[in-house]
Ligand binder design. Structure first.
Ligand SMILES: CSCCC(=O)C(=O)COP(=O)(O)O
Ligand SMILES: [Zn+2]
Length: 214
């Protein structure tokens, strides 16, 4: 059983999510009601945790009293509500279970969709020696990273085992093919930092492909 969530704690998390949501929306990262966000509330055990998640199908650029709800580690609502959790809540559940992180942000962008398709054959986007890799706390000179890509099945539970298999604890993000990125961190600050770094790196990788002689 999860510990009771204090009202003040829930309100603090909703406020923090709301501020981060407005920030990501201002960059155009939630086109057509896409995207979802979550933050963990209270303690963590891999099989027992609670998080606040965006309600499904909402305009993520709007701020309303019905933007978030609390769910448990199975993705089920923790309290009576007419709100439906994000259709992709099970992906959040699995990322929390595997990483114990504190916040997960999912957005759709043209660049993350483009690179997820360009590099689908290798199931990972390679990024070589770009300074912003340091945003992931990887400090090696000329570091090379691979950002994993998983299938974009319409049936979300089918995606979960691929997340389990492909998530790399060193890389705080995972791409869904022709869909978007999930980026996470200890807290909202770090999840946003990672998301911004991924989006920069994906644009770099895409543009490099265009200009590099073959
Ligand atoms: C209209 S975008 C398709 C669903 C999606 O990919 C997404 O990120 C938003 O789904 P949610 O249920 O979280 O609103
Ligand atoms: Zn999505």
């Amino acid at each position: 059983m999860s510990e009771p969530i204090l009202l003040e704690e829930k309100q603090r998390i909703y406020r923090e999510l709301s501020i981060a949501k407005a920030d990501l929306a201002s960059r155009g990262w939630f086109p057509g009601t896409s995207g979802n966000m979550s933050m963990r509330v209270g303690g963590f055990e891999p099989d027992n945790f609670v998080f606040a998640v965006t309600a499904s199908g909402k305009d993520k650029a709007a701020s309303t009293p019905e933007d978030f709800l609390l769910v448990d580690q199975t993705g089920g609502a923790c309290e009576p509500t007419k709100l439906k959790p994000s259709a992709e809540t099970l992906i959040h559940c699995e990322i929390y279970r595997l990483t114990g992180c504190g916040a997960i942000f999912h957005i759709h962008s043209v660049f993350n969709s483009l690179v997820s398709e360009l590099f689908w054959d290798r199931r990972a986007v390679p990024v070589e020696g770009v300074e912003l890799i340091k945003a992931f706390n990887i400090w090696d000179e000329e570091a090379v990273i691979d950002v994993p890509i998983v299938s974009n099945f319409a049936d979300i539970p089918r995606i979960v085992p691929e997340v389990t298999e492909r998530l790399n604890p060193r890389i705080p993000g995972i791409l869904l093919r022709k869909h978007g990125i999930y980026a996470w961190g200890r807290d909202a600050f770090e999840a946003k930092k990672h998301l911004e770094a991924f989006e920069f790196l994906f644009e770099y990788v895409y543009r490099l492909q265009l200009v590099r002689p073959r």
